[in-house]
Design a binder for this molecule. Structure first.
Ligand code: HC0
Ligand code: SF4
Length: 574
């Protein structure tokens, strides 16, 4: 360890720590804006400046390593004045429409201005840039009038996702973040993952909001409005209402949706169980009958788009299963509509997802089992929070309520879908029991759990070696796929999720400010909600879901049946 003094206190920090990290260990927060650990370490914004005894200039704490005997000061009047100036300069070219800003209340710039007592936001008056909004993408809007050029979005898109469709254009005062040749984002090979939105400290990037359309549909007596909620929403939504990260708000969420006025409050987890039935069947069929292997999961639409753009020769490896979101919509407008005698054209199928790519997925071809779109409106966890607040629902005071039946009934296998490795584990629970015909002694496949970017495991099932791999985050997916293409791995089954850590860390989840994100295992904490939810269930295997069994008996026949193929499977673009 290295010993130093921060604000006169003795601090000891591991070798290689930055001043920022050492201060954090001592319970001292140094403000940051551009810094994202391991993603954007450019020391550019000057918010984290500190004084180091003997150094002539102020030092950027986020990139400066600690040395033995170093004496650091983090909050001298000189530093506070310097940070205040930095903020005033940012504000001089910022569209300060805070009242209605989507990030008001959790904007990092606003928070810092408040903390540093920036009372004159027009201190540096002068020329301002004016930009058109870029609303060309299916899922999001870029408002560069609120961009502070921190480059966090650029770094996430480039490094974490390995995509790199955004970057700085022009130089000096004219610098702006956008796509090459100032194309709209919709014209690039952006995969709609929304990780850039999650990384943005201000209101410059945000999802396309469909809360208004939902309220209009609910107010229309002709419409039958049904909602489904993805596994990860219950693990993130609470953060918007002041609950600590890692709080399961499933019951309050169901209660809130009912009070908003949905006719039925259902659960995507039900369809996750259905996906497992189809996907496990498809996998066993490919293994037995010489189909294309490895089979790769198809439920993450950012990943699907990525595969189509960047690995077109591997689309044959994709499972033909629709995602749970789409399977849900398909069964809602066929099975449920027939059973209840409702015209599918009158049904408005709404999904709440931790994901922005789901907004794009609903418009894909071959996603309309009843001749109308399976899902009509996909909103993010953040939009749901907005909707709840706008409807005046006192979330924290709500009782815990259950989902409606039949499409609200799910197993532990369905809920873990939201964490990386969860789909794999759910599929294994079903595939192994199907192959062996025996009940699993231990149904927890811990090798595929955890937040590492790439995981591998091998199982001996009924005398057969089954090799599997799991990747989350598209940079990791690329690494894994290149290994497969180079013949360095012979997996039978691969799970890929577009966002690092899986859906719990999706681009539509509540934003976590840089200072929290840099020092918190957000993915692990949220995933914990799903694994505890699973462990608490009496039924934890998809093939034991009574409502799914009934669906096959009454409607679909067997997994992989003709009817299942017509409604629950899809195709891809090369
Ligand atoms: Fe996911 Fe899903 S698990 S993609 O991450 O598979 O978005 O939570 O809803 O569709 O179920 C997201 C989360 C889903 C789907 C499910 C899958
Ligand atoms: Fe890049 Fe994803 Fe943002 Fe598109 S949505 S610009 S792929 S980070």
């Amino acid at each position: 360890n290295i010993n130093l003094k921060i604000n006169g206190l003795d601090v000891s920090a591991p070798v290689g720590s930055t001043i920022l990290e050492a201060a954090h260990l001592a319970g001292i927060k140094i403000p940051t804006l551009c810094y994202l650990k391991e993603i954007n370490e450019i020391g550019a914004c000057r918010m984290c400046v500190v004084e180091v005894k003997g150094a002539r200039n102020l030092v950027a704490a986020c990139v400066h390593p600690v040395n033995e005997g170093m004496e650091v000061y983090t909050n001298t009047p000189k530093l506070i004045e310097s940070r205040k100036k930095t903020l005033q300069l940012l504000l001089s070219n910022h569209d300060k429409k805070c009242l209605s800003c989507v990030r008001s209340g959790n904007c990092e710039l606003q928070q810092l201005c408040h903390e540093y007592g920036v009372e004159d936001e027009d201190f540096y008056e002068g020329e301002m840039n004016h930009y058109e909004l870029d609303d060309s993408a299916a899922h999001m809007i870029r408002d560069n009038n609120k961009c502070i050029l921190c480059r966090r979005c650029v770094a996430v898109c480039e490094k974490t996702q390995g995509i790199g469709v955004i970057g700085p254009n022009n130089r000096g005062f004219a610098t702006m973040i956008g796509s090459a040749f100032e194309m709209g984002l919709g014209e690039t090979s952006c995969v709609s993952c929304g990780q850039c939105i999650a990384a943005c400290p201000t209101g410059a990037l945000y999802e396309k909001d469909y809360t208004k359309q939902i309220l209009e549909a609910i107010a229309d007596p002709e419409k039958y409005v049904v909602v489904q909620t993805a596994p990860s929403v219950r693990a993130g939504l609470g953060e918007e209402f002041g609950y600590p990260m890692g709080t399961d708000v499933e019951g309050k969420m169901a209660a809130a949706l009912r009070r908003i006025g949905f006719d039925k409050v259902f659960d995507t987890d039900w369809a996750a169980d259905l996906t497992i039935m189809e996907e496990a069947n498809e996998l066993l069929d490919r293994i037995k009958n010489g189909g294309v292997l490895p089979m790769i999961t198809s439920c993450s639409p950012g990943w699907i788009k990525y595969c189509e753009h960047y690995f077109p020769d591997m689309t044959e490896n994709l499972s033909t299963c629709k995602s749970p979101q789409q399977m849900f919509g398909a069964m809602l407008k066929t099975y449920f509509a027939e059973k209840e005698g409702i015209d599918p054209k009158k049904i408005v199928s709404v999904s709440v997802m931790p994901c922005t790519a789901k907004k794009f997925e609903i418009g894909r071809d071959d996603q309309s089992a009843a001749g109308v779109p399976d899902v009509d409106i996909a909103i993010t966890t953040r939009e749901l929070a907005r909707l709840i607040k706008r409807c005046g629902i006192e979330f924290t005071m709500l009782p815990d309520e259950e989902f409606d039946n039949p499409m609200g009934e799910s197993t532990g296998a369905g809920v873990i879908f939201g964490a990386t490795g969860g789909v794999m584990e759910a599929a294994l629970r079903t595939a192994v029991e199907t192959l062996t015909g025996e009940e699993l002694a231990n149904l927890e496949f811990t090798d595929v759990r955890g937040t590492q970017g790439i995981k591998e495991a091998s199982y001996n099932v009924a005398g057969m070696d089954v090799k599997v791999a799991v990747a989350s985050g598209l940079g990791n997916a690329r690494e894994l796929l290149n290994k497969v293409k180079a013949g360095e791995a012979d997996y039978q089954f691969i799970e890929i999720m577009g966002c690092p850590g899986g859906c719990v860390n999706g681009g539509g989840q509540p934003q976590v400010s840089g200072d929290v994100r840099n020092f918190t295992d957000v993915r692990g904490i949220r995933a914990g909600v799903l694994y505890r939810n699973d462990a608490a269930k009496t039924i934890r295997k998809s093939h034991e879901n009574p409502e799914i069994k009934k669906l096959y008996e009454d409607y679909l026949g067997a997994p992989g049946s003709h009817k299942a193929h017509e409604t629950l499977h899809t195709s891809y673009v090369k």
